[in-house]
Design a protein around this ligand. Structure first.
Ligand code: AMP
Ligand code: ZN
Length: 485
């Protein structure tokens, strides 16, 4: 196999992946702030990180993946302005932060499962690391920090090339950084936020700088170092993190390493999922969550497929039509694979194992194209077409063909080997008719047609239509009905 090329945001170039530790890949992904449900844009970041991890496994690296859960420190503004998102939500809901964190972490994990995202080696919870954060901050405080009434601040002028990742001018802060009285440089950031006098926070810890809570950027530096060691291989996050959060992590890592090293060899960023009507805003009533897609009758893996159809570095515009098209594509693939499974069973072919031995040239060609695509900075859009070509091959050994499908699916994670046609028939929450009733009506309609009682057959169909069921006579994919979604 050839080299794996990945786009490094640090150099804005494709670079060959060479691990820090032979045979291993260590990856850190900035996780969600669990003050609310993740929207589907957030989940794009984890589909991307998961696909990266799967490609690294496919390339034979032993993967150690860490995703953190931010349950403290993330303010309503990425700079040092606003309130702690967790404190704010807890006050709004009159609940404890711990309950809020538990509820939304579980909701996030449900989405992780629904999108077939593999479990990382560690889910690191920020509040478990507060003593480690205090120790870390203490170790860099003398050389790199200064204290103000509001907290301990990192002096960004003490490290070389601050902000190189963002490629932003930092002198004037470009209006992005809230001025705090006494800050030495506009880009300086709080690594410890003192609880203002006379106030108490639900979450506060004693520290050498007084009672307070850690700044958000500190946690990722501390947890990545603790769980992966510095330098590690790849740090991922959404493209917004390239501007403030990751430059600040890098500054802390530099302070810690005493070198020019950013802490990770690659910094990789997924571009945004965009939605023009504002439904992705967590403050909009019915905002776009994975559960909403399911409630509307879309299998969640149709959304994963939608993400994979675009390159992770491109913006992806969400639309229901786009999601519908992805669902149809998924159905086609699932049906193709089901047919292969039927043929495999009928032919009593050898069991499906790994792809090995003399593989038919046509299968080998699709595997080669697939490999080349994913090695080219995770070009999943092209990889999907290789998978479809493979599924469509005729006159090749079907056991080998299925083995190759399984190999590709292990990388793309659309769960093709396990999904059945009926799994894809997700029931919209507001559907007024059950599957059993539909099947019974369709059987009665079939009988009526066989008896040439077309009036009765039409009445049954019209009745089904009135209940939101489309009867699909002669559907090329072999579906006999679908619910309107
Ligand atoms: P947060 O919970 O706000 O820290 O965000 C979790 C992850 O989602 C981060 O990696 C963000 O960069 C990423 N993210 C936020 N909005 C979007 C979006 N619209 N599309 C893709 N990724 C996003
Ligand atoms: Zn982070």
């Amino acid at each position: 196999m050839s080299e794996l090329k990945l786009f490094n945001s640090l150099t804005r170039q494709l670079e060959t992946f060479t691990p820090e530790h032979a045979g291993e890949a260590r990856v850190y992904t900035c996780g969600p702030t669990v003050y609310n449900y993740p929207h589907i844009g957030n989940m794009r970041a984890y589909v991307f990180a998961d696909t990266l991890g799967r490609v690294l496994s496919y390339k034979g690296y032993k993967l150690t993946h860490v995703i953190n859960i931010t349950d403290v420190g993330h303010l309503t503004d990425d700079a040092d302005a606003g309130e702690d998102k967790m404190e704010k939500m807890a006050a709004e809901k009159a609940q404890s932060i711990w309950d809020i964190a538990r509820h939304y972490t579980e909701a996030y994990w449900a989405d992780i499962k629904a999108l077939n995202i593999r479990q990382p080696a560690h889910w690191s919870i920020a509040t478990d690391y507060v003593p480690a954060m205090i120790a870390y901050a203490t170790s860099i405080a003398d050389k790199h920090c200064y204290e103000l009434d509001s907290g301990l601040y990192f002096d960004t002028s003490t490290v070389a090339h601050y902000g190189a990742l963002a490629r932003a001018k930092t002198e004037d802060g470009e209006g992005r950084i809230e001025q705090v009285d006494g800050k030495r440089n506009a880009a300086d950031f709080a690594i410890w936020r003192k609880t203002p006098k006379g106030e108490t926070r639900q979450m506060e810890w004693d520290s050498p700088w007084g009672k307070g809570a850690p700044g958000w950027h500190l946690e990722c530096s501390v947890m990545s170092e603790a769980l992966l060691g510095l330098p590690f291989d790849i740090h991922t996050g959404g493209i917004d993190h390239r501007e403030i959060h990751h430059p600040n992590e890098i500054a802390q890592n530099q302070a810690r390493c005493g070198s020019d090293h950013s802490g990770a060899h690659f910094w990789m960023h997924n571009n945004f999922l965009i939605e023009r009507s504002g439904k992705m805003s967590k403050s909009s009533g019915e905002f776009l969550r994975v559960q909403l897609l399911i409630d509307k009758g879309f299998h969640p893996l149709a959304y994963r497929l939608m993400c994979l159809q675009a390159h992770y570095r491109s913006e992806l515009e969400f639309s229901w039509e786009g999601l519908q098209a992805a669902l149809v594509r998924l159905k086609r693939m699932v049906m193709g694979v089901s047919n292969l499974k039927v043929r495999h069973a009928e032919l009593a072919s050898p069991p499906v194992t790994d792809v090995q031995g003399d593989v038919a040239p046509a299968i080998a060609a699709t595997l080669r194209d697939f490999g080349a695509a994913v090695e080219d900075d995770l070009n999943t859009a092209i990889a999907l077409t290789s998978l479809e070509t493979l599924i469509g091959l005729k006159k090749v050994d079907v056991a080998q063909q299925l083995a190759a499908v399984a190999e590709m699916d292990a990388v793309l994670g659309i769960n093709l080997m396990a999904l059945s046609r009926t799994d894809l028939r997700t029931r919209p929450k507001n559907a007024i008719i059950t599957e059993d009733k539909i099947e019974t009506a369709l059987a009665a309609r079939k009988e009526a047609r066989a008896a040439k009682d077309f009036a009765k057959s039409d009445t049954i169909r019209d009745d089904l239509i009135a209940k939101g069921v489309e009867v699909m006579d002669g559907d090329p994919l072999g579906w006999d009905w679908k619910l309107d979604i």
